[in-house]
Each structure stands twice: as structure tokens, then as C-alpha cells.
Ligand binder design. Structure first.
Ligand SMILES: *Cc1c(COP(=O)(O)O)cnc(C)c1O
Length: 363
């Protein structure tokens, strides 16, 4: 098989960036306090709001997604937070909260599992918290939390804000910021948006902004109140990564030209289904399985379990020798699983190709 120019890099972040996007980044600089910058930021808002499914301004930061996780904690948690943990990124949210001096109540589920509504209600009845952190698509295990059902449970309680890491769900599967009444939803540029790493994006509810105004020592660089005000005025907070804004602008236009966000979700669903079908077909001959159960599988990253005698790291290495990149497992799952990042600008046909390579390696 002749490998294609685009479509051989299936890491679950960063993802492969389309040549048109890389080209858009070559444009010359503009003044960050000038009219051109305001126009650029204002021009992106409608596309960003469609992406986040929100009428709120979308905040753009020059940092890794982890920066906005810290924003969520520093601006959104008064004293104590309930952190839902089913993998490495759930852990990270809890660790950030601890490092910012907040009390953390941790609700752990086994790797590959998700917190379910009854468990969440029970945990909230037992502990007084003022915020909940949740990872929608846990990239380390490929598990997708039932966010649409969990969000109403949080609202059964008074004065709790829901802080959502949607880093690998946003732009790849439904995230309904307003309809699900999410207080803070964040993502990064290098996952399902298929941009180079370097930007964080978020939407903050009115309730989140009011909460933040009462939280002292939110810090300066990642203060959600400052970001909200700047976004409403089509201004950056500080000198932004201008070249990355060009890339975002170009990608929002590409998404619009390709029919908007819903066909993008459908393409991701189709990619997940290709992997599911393949694992089903090969479970007997190759001894493969899916880590998360059906209906709890991320649309953007598939975590596939390997039979005894196969090692995730060497499987990924053997793919690399053939010119293709997939992810090994993450953390404790490094050896026992592989992860295929089928997100961003990848296609179902491209997924078929990487699966064919994998099959060769696993046989
Ligand atoms: C990649 C990822 C992050 C961290 O993103 P950075 O940009 O590296 O900070 C956080 N959460 C999830 C679910 C991720 O997949």
C-alpha cells in the first residue's frame, strides 16, 4: 500500500494538521491592540459559538489546555471540589485543585469506566462541595462520560458549578454547552480541532463568572473574569499567539465550508464505528477487545486491549517503522492497550488504512 501524504498520524493528540492550516499560519503579524486584531477575534466568535453550542463569548487563551483547567479551578472553586476520576486527565484536574490549595473529594472509577448519574448524586449528598470537575472524553482510557445525564444531577444541588474538560470531545462529538447548562467547558487546539498545540478555548456561564467574582486570588494571567471581559470587547487579554489565531480562523472556515459541526460529529462517529467493527471482527483471531463498554466509548479515541504476549509500546513502535503513528496505552495501561486517535481531519477511509497496518503488525 502506498502511504498517503496526509492521514498517517493517529496519535490521540496532537493530531495531524492539514496543509491548508499550516499555510494559513505563515501570514505576517498584526498589532495585537489594533483594529485588525479586533476584526479577527470578532470574525471568529460566530464559528466558535457554533462549535461550543453557546450564545456566550468563547474565550481564547495562549496556553496548553491544562492552563484552562487551572483557570477552571482558580476561578471556579471556592473551597472544596468533587473530582470525578477515571483516568490520567481526571487525576490531573484533581491534582491541579490540590496544588491551588482547594480541598478535593475524589470519586474514582476503574480505568475504562465512567461515573454514572446515581453515583454522582450519592457523592454530592455525602459531601458539601461548591464545584465538580469532570473529564468528558478521558483520553487515557477512551471512555466517554454520560455528560448529558450527569449535568442535571449537579443542578439538583444548590450553588455548585460544573467544570468540564472537553479536550477530546469538543469538535468530535456532541457537547451542548448551553442546552446542558455547563458552567465551564474547555478544550485545546491540538485534539479534535486538528490545529497545532498552543491554544486553549473555553465557554463560561453567567453563573461561573458571578462565582469567579467572589473568589479571591484568581491570579492574573488565567483569570476568567478578565478573559470574559476581553472576549466581549473582541480584545485579547495579553499578546496572543497570533499565528495560531490565523490557524483557528482558517479551521473554523473549513468546518463551515464542510457543512458545520454536525457532519463533523457524524464523521467522528463513523470513525469510531469502523474501529468497533474491526475489533469485533478480530476479537477471536487477534484477541483484541475494547476497554470501555459500548455506549461509553469516545468518538475520537479508541482504547483497544491487547492479548497476552503483545505489548502496546512495541505495537506502536512497529506501526511507526511502517510509517504510521498510533498511541500506546497511557500510564498504567501503557503495555496492555493501544490508543488510536481518530479525530480532527481524519476520515473513516483513513481509519481503515491504519487498521490494515495494525492488523499486519498484530498478526
Ligand atoms: C490532551 C488532554 C489534556 C491536556 O492538554 P494540554 O494541551 O497538553 O494541556 C487535558 N485533558 C484531556 C482529556 C486531554 O486529552
Amino acid at each position: 500500500m502506498t502511504p498517503p501524504d496526509f492521514g498517517r498520524f493517529f496519535l490521540p493528540g496532537p493530531t495531524e494538521v492539514h496543509p491548508d492550516i499550516l499555510a494559513a499560519m505563515q501570514r505576517p503579524m498584526i498589532a495585537h491592540r489594533g483594529q485588525d486584531m479586533s476584526n479577527l477575534l470578532a470574525g471568529m466568535q460566530p464559528g466558535l459559538q457554533k462549535l461550543f453550542r453557546t450564545a456566550r463569548p468563547v474565550l481564547i487563551g495562549t496556553c496548553a489546555a491544562t492552563g484552562f483547567m487551572e483557570m477552571a479551578i482558580r476561578s471556579g472553586v471556592r473551597h472544596r471540589v468533587l473530582s470525578l476520576v477515571g483516568g490520567a486527565f481526571g487525576h490531573r484536574f484533581a491534582a491541579i485543585a490540590r496544588s491551588c490549595g482547594r480541598d478535593v473529594v475524589q470519586l474514582d472509577v476503574p480505568l475504562g469506566k465512567t461515573v454514572e448519574p446515581d453515583m454522582l448524586r450519592d457523592a454530592l449528598q455525602r459531601s458539601q462541595v461548591d464545584a465538580v470537575t469532570l473529564v468528558h472524553s478521558e483520553t487515557s482510557t477512551g471512555a466517554l462520560a454520560p455528560l448529558e445525564e450527569l449535568a442535571p444531577v449537579v443542578r439538583e444541588f444548590d450553588d455548585i458549578v460544573l467544570l468540564v474538560d472537553a479536550v477530546t470531545s469538543m469538535a468530535g462529538s456532541p457537547v451542548e454547552t448551553d442546552a446542558w447548562q455547563l458552567d465551564f467547558v474547555l478544550t485545546g487546539s491540538q485534539k479534535a480541532l486538528a490545529l497545532p498545540p498552543g491554544l486553549a478555548l473555553a465557554a463560561a456561564s453567567e453563573k461561573m463568572i458571578q462565582r469567579a467574582q467572589d473568589v479571591p486570588e484568581r491570579g492574573a494571567y488565567l483569570d476568567v473574569v478578565a478573559y470574559d471581559e476581553a472576549a466581549r470587547n473582541n480584545q485579547p487579554t495579553n499578546t496572543p499567539a497570533i499565528s495560531f489565531l490565523y490557524a483557528l480562523d482558517a479551521q473554523l472556515k473549513r468546518i463551515e465550508e464542510n457543512g458545520g459541526i454536525e457532519p463533523r460529529w457524524e464523521r467522528h462517529r463513523a470513525m469510531r464505528e469502523r474501529v468497533e467493527q474491526w475489533v469485533d471482527d478480530k476479537s477471536a483471531t487477534l484477541g483484541l477487545g475494547f476497554l470501555p463498554v459500548q455506549d461509553r466509548r469516545s468518538w475520537t479515541v479508541s482504547c483497544v486491549t491487547l492479548p497476552d504476549g503483545k505489548n502496546g509500546r512495541s505495537v506502536a513502535q512497529q506501526c511507526r517503522e511502517r510509517g504510521w503513528t498510533i498511541g500506546s496505552g497511557y500510564g498504567d495501561l501503557k503495555e496492555k492497550t493501544i490508543r488510536i486517535g481518530h479525530m480532527g481531519d481524519h476520515t473513516p477511509d483513513g481509519v481503515d488504512q491504519v487498521l490494515a497496518v495494525l492488523e499486519e503488525v498484530l498478526r
